[in-house]
Design a binder for this molecule. Sequence first.
Ligand code: UDP
Length: 371
Amino acid sequence: MKTENGRQNLVANVSGVRSLPKAGHHSKKTVVVAGGAGFIGSHLCDRLVQKGCDVICLDNLYTGDMSNIRPLLNHPRFRFVQHDVRTPVVLPGPIDRVYNLACAASPRHYQSDPVGTMMTCTLGARHMLDLACEKSARVLQASTSEVYGDPEVHPQSEDYLGHVNPIGPRACYDEGKRAAETLFFDYRRLYNIPIKVARIFNTYGPRMLEDDGRVVSNFVVQALRDEPITIYGDGTQTRSFCFVDDLVSGLELLMESDEEFAGPCNLGNPHEVTIREIAERVVSAAGSKSAVRHMPLPQDDPKRRRPLIDRALTRLGWRPTIDLDRGLKETIGYFCLKIFSSIAVSELSQVQLATRKSKQNTVLQIKRKPE
Ligand code: UDP
């Protein structure tokens, strides 16, 4: 079956999923991470496996990448199931926790299949809620600061109801995520299940895709290649960037918070910077010769964004600990390895190709000699 954009709709071969062996200790949990091969999801899987949980990772690999979870694949407490959350999932055995992170999060990717995005947000939320109901599990929704749209209130607290254009190109994601929050709170009212809703602000770090299209990965990749840094608009718009390790800690704390605390709970770094400043800091940290190229500002691009995190601080005792300098350094290190090792590999294959060709020529010459 094909989706609107021609990608394969991948359905879990659930009969092939065996129950995970229990980790031995009663407090060890079985956790489903939908979107677990993605940027944030794979870091969460790492953390949960390290803590002794049994992890079932669901992903349709639309923007998720097997390379993110490759080190986990042989781990006895980790299972990968290729599954699209737009279809219901049946999993054997007990499940204690369900994290729903399944959705492309970068404007480039979620806008390339807008109907698919809306369906992933809404049907995906419903199917993860149904799974949680069936298993009596806690369920956490990865919502987003996009529910605030282009905010008229600054900074944004959880009480702000948002300013979203329901018919613009970002709406498939923004409204999809808003509808998912509605489903979560309706399931709670109807079935009294323990839900958690995290509103995730801009997050960055290793394992973002090279072609992700979001600002930090774009600037880092451009800087490392000495290509022009593409600033959309004049670069005075702001965002607040949270390093992925901090974000994962926030998600875990929210999931394990008091049962009656459902959120929504902002998770993000309150340090606000302009896009122009991010460009300067990336160029300097990467030691790059890149110049700036201004490009048109996309439609409905939010002008300012900064989370108020008082709720996370008081309810979870959470605040980010990794500053932008350190986070950018780690991110640049990751992309440096990825980009330059792939160049090295492609150069190696050129050499191998040349060697093979010269060997073939030698063989031909040897074969020709007797004539
Ligand atoms: N942006 C930019 N150049 C890029 C990519 C993004 O100037 O190459 C801007 C974008 O217009 C927005 C901000 O950076 O104002 C953050 O964009 P991103 O796509 O990372 O996240 P979101 O808009 O969803 O917060």
